[in-house]
Design a protein around this ligand. Structure first.
Ligand SMILES: Cc1cc2nc3c(=O)[nH]c(=O)nc-3n(C[C@H](O)[C@H](O)[C@H](O)COP(=O)(O)O)c2cc1C
Length: 209
């Protein structure tokens, strides 16, 4: 199935079309990891997802969103990312949200891809997201190598240090970029929120099929 415009469902798109431009396949429901032996999602956790986390017997991949959201501007970006990742057109992807201080290595090992969100603080990622990496780095090193990730950063005036830090950590883990990061300073505008929606949709769509 080819999406010629996932973004047609994007509530932020003024143009009414916001193509993600990905080719995806319907889930067979067979499950990529039917035994669960690898520690990834089997799609059998149907009971665990109240909206907007979506789960069901069709779920064959898990997108883990790890975020630190300390303000309304960060919240706006986070909500748009979640809405994009849980767009109805995206099938067979379970979206799990975790606050950075609550996310565990088990969450990371059980996921197939990652979406990270943080404010820029003191020229770095937030202490909360840094804590997340501190907790999961070695337990997840090697096992999660090659998995896709994306991220967004909100700042007051300069997110360079936060971006550099996230790039360094994810390079160390061997994760591969699934989408260009979204960075915003100040109050997110309509285009910024739309970019966050696309970030969520693109990252989740990459796990389909
Ligand atoms: C202690 C502290 C350090 C910060 N350092 C940076 C920074 O290095 N770069 C930046 O762009 N913003 C920085 N900020 C701004 C935060 O990124 C911003 O407050 C956060 O993204 C939330 O956005 P909001 O306050 O506009 O809602 C800092 C904020 C605090 C409280």
């Amino acid at each position: 199935m080819t999406f010629d415009g996932i973004g047609r469902a994007c509530p932020y798109s003024s143009a009414g079309s916001n193509p993600v431009g990905v080719t995806v396949a319907h889930s067979t429901g067979a499950g990529a990891h039917p035994t669960g032996a690898c520690g990834r999602s089997t799609g059998r956790a149907a009971a665990c997802g109240a909206p907007p986390e979506r789960a069901g017997f069709d779920a064959v991949a898990t997108l883990l969103i790890v975020h630190h959201t300390p303000s309304p501007n960060c919240q706006a970006m986070f909500e748009a990312v979640v809405q994009g990742a849980t767009a109805p057109e995206i099938e067979g992807v379970r979206v799990v949200r975790r606050a950075a201080l609550a996310a565990t290595a088990s969450d990371v090992l059980a996921a197939d891809g990652y979406l990270l969100g943080t404010p820029a603080n003191l020229g770095y990622m937030s202490g909360a997201l840094k804590h997340f990496f501190d907790q999961v780095y070695y337990p997840c090193l090697d096992t999660t190598r090659g998995r896709p990730f994306a991220y967004y950063v909100h700042g007051g005036n300069d997110v360079t240090g936060a971006v550099r830090a996230i790039e360094a950590l994810t390079t160390g883990l061997g994760w591969r970029s699934a989408a260009e990061p979204v960075t915003v300073t100040g109050e997110p505008g309509k285009a910024d929120v739309e970019a966050c929606w696309e970030l969520g949709a693109t990252t989740a769509a990459g796990l389909m099929g």
